[in-house]
Design a protein around this ligand. Structure first.
Ligand SMILES: *Cc1c(COP(=O)(O)O)cnc(C)c1O
Length: 402
């Protein structure tokens, strides 16, 4: 029988009375970690240590930090603040909005460059927030010329495409504009840059072709710092470093040399809460679509993470987690808010409601997870959801090194 309107109102009034307790916020009073369904721990000290290692591997080139996509999903503001405290002076984001947001956390003495460059009409906002546009095509050059004519000379980075056909002036456009731009005093060139398409595959012939084209270009703007390498490019060797390197993924623990031991630290730990544990018989099917059939009797744990948290649906084929160092396979399909693990191999006392399954950590890092999900570490990181309780392990006090 449906409830009457009166009954519903009485119920709602009762709830309102319970929620508005004078003098105490019953939600805020509790420890957020205690009630968290899943906890994402981000190790700022580890990110700083990764940056220092990359900077050391690239000396004498300057080492910037790429913090686009909100620091690869991990929080651009706390990451950039920690890196700036460690001596990093140049940052890259993708969009104007990301640049504006980051500028609130970094003094104007620290450079923030915007890889996607200015859309028509947005040049003034770059000047106001002291953002450095990357100029990728003749339209963006025209936009910066228009703005600097009014607002005075402004810093910019020129991006030339040497073989990726994504962003950047074509070689023909570069030739057409080279002399005129070199002479124009309104452009204060902070760098010329290009981007490698295949740096994660050292044997790929395109690496050397792109480098050769870049060396040619650089001779036409000899006084301007040159930048070619991102994370993987740093590991192609010193002849790829030029004056400025732009690592992103490697800062966050993604292996810049796929197929070889990972030189970077893992900086993400993710664990999700066990909600229920149940014993099942052989033949029991698990989850939507009944895609998994238990071959033998066993024990299952239902865990509070799902594709709404960026725990990708493709983990349904071969994902896993661990409890106290024991691997537990993910079985059945990933739901929006839930997944099921087969915890038969774990001592019953170790897999109880309220406990955790570790999803990402030192042993099973972003690249291992990516391999299981059929993607790359970059996507695992940038998909990490907004629902996790996030904690940041602080970077210790640091001395500038780059
Ligand atoms: C994303 C990006 C980077 C950083 O790349 P990683 O592989 O994450 O190190 C550097 N330069 C450009 C142009 C980019 O788009």
């Amino acid at each position: 029988m449906p409830l009457s309107t009166k009954a519903v109102n009485e119920w709602a009034d009762g709830m309102a009375i319970k929620l508005v307790v004078p003098g105490a916020d019953p939600v805020a009073a509790r420890d957020p970690v205690e009630r968290a369904s899943a906890i994402l721990e981000i190790d700022l000290a580890g990110i700083v240590a990764n940056w220092r290692d990359l900077a050391a591997a690239s000396t004498p080139a300057t080492c910037a930090a790429v913090v686009k996509a909100d620091g690869y999903g991990l929080g651009a503001a706390p990451i950039a603040a920690a890196l700036a405290a460690a001596g990093c002076r140049r940052f890259f984001v993708a969009t104007l909005d990301e640049g504006l947001a980051l500028r609130r956390h970094l003094p104007v003495s620290i450079e923030i460059a915007v890889l996607n460059g200015p859309l028509p009409g947005s040049g003034d906002e770059f000047v106001d927030a002291r953002l450095v546009p990357v100029l990728n095509d003749p339209e963006q050059i025209a936009e910066w010329r228009r703005v600097t004519a009014v607002r005075g000379p402004g810093p910019a980075i020129r991006h030339i495409d040497t073989g990726m056909a994504r962003l950047g002036l074509t070689l023909r456009e570069f030739e057409r504009h080279a002399d005129e731009l070199r002479r124009d005093p309104r452009f204060r060139w902070r760098a010329i840059m290009s981007h490698l398409a295949c740096a994660d595959d050292p044997a790929h012939p395109l690496n050397r072709e792109q480098r050769a084209r870049f060396v040619d270009l650089r001779h036409k703007m000899p006084a301007v710092p040159a930048s070619l390498a991102a994370s993987s490019g740093i590991f192609l060797g010193p002849e790829y470093h030029f004056d400025l390197v732009r690592p992103g993924a490697a800062l966050y623990g993604v292996n810049p040399r796929p197929g070889q031991p990972n030189p970077m630290r893992q900086i993400v730990r993710l664990k999700a809460r066990i909600l229920q544990v149940r014993d099942v018989d052989a033949g029991q099917t698990v989850g939507y679509g009944a895609t998994h059939v238990m071959a033998a009797a066993g024990r299952l744990a239902t865990v509070a993470v799902g594709y709404a948290d960026g725990w990708l649906r493709s983990f349904g084929r071969r994902g896993g987690g661990s409890i106290g160092g024991v691997r537990v396979p993910l079985i059945g399909r990933v739901s929006m808010d839930l997944v099921v693990f087969d915890v038969s191999a774990v001592a019953p006392a170790a897999a109880r409601p309220g406990g955790f399954v570790e999803l990402l950590g030192d042993e099973y890092g972003v690249d291992a997870a990516a391999a299981d999900a059929g993607t790359i570490g970059y996507e695992i990181l940038t998909a990490l959801g907004r629902r996790y309780h996030r904690t940041y392990r602080p970077a210790t006090a640091a001395t500038p090194s780059c």
